[in-house]
Ligand binder design. Sequence first.
Ligand SMILES: O=C(CO)[C@H](O)[C@H](O)COP(=O)(O)O
Length: 224
Amino acid sequence: MDKTAHQNELKRQVAQAALAYVEPGSVLGVGTGSTVDLFIAALAASGIPLAGAVSSSERSTQALRAAGITVLEAAAVERLSTYIDGADEIDPKGHMIKGGGAALTREKIVADLADRFVCIADASKCVEVLGRFPLPVEVIPMAAPKLIRRFAELGGQASLRAGCVTDNGQHILDVRGLAITDPLAFEAEISQWPGVVTVGIFARHRARVALIGAAEGVRTLNFD
Ligand SMILES: O=C(CO)[C@H](O)[C@H](O)COP(=O)(O)O
């Protein structure tokens, strides 16, 4: 099996394992990405009844509807017990980098509705310190040049993601070269910069549970 096929198999295993965190009859928060696509397929095949799902992207909305799952507006929901999503990186405390699929803003909005974030990822996403993966930041386009300069002052090299317009009609900066040793403080700081819509650090909305796909099987990490 080549490396990509192996990684996909690990993603499939964590997607399957995540079914144990779905409460029958509930409204479920659903993230975005290739791991979540596999989760949606597993959910559809499982026959677990749901009152519906709140989706974090047009991509997941389409996949959920194709699977026969009712999609509810986030605005119509007061709280969710569980939100299931992937990550680009996850550290030993459950802090994550997200936004590789450009869905970070809606992902954070839906995660904020949920009592529990269940992260599903293969082991290649586990890091000691966040920042190896370029940090996605959704920005208002007119602020981009100033924000690129501000990231440079922090030692980061930010560049606009070519051809990317988010579901919210905004742009993404990818910032390389950061070592994010205090994710909570970093998230709070960057979130205040004018023109930043959402920074792809999920520290305030960190994972409570992570299901990590590894060669020896699915590892369950509880962060509470
Ligand atoms: O944050 C995300 C999308 O905005 C995804 O969760 C992240 O990019 C991981 O994706 P994948 O499951 O395809 O590896």
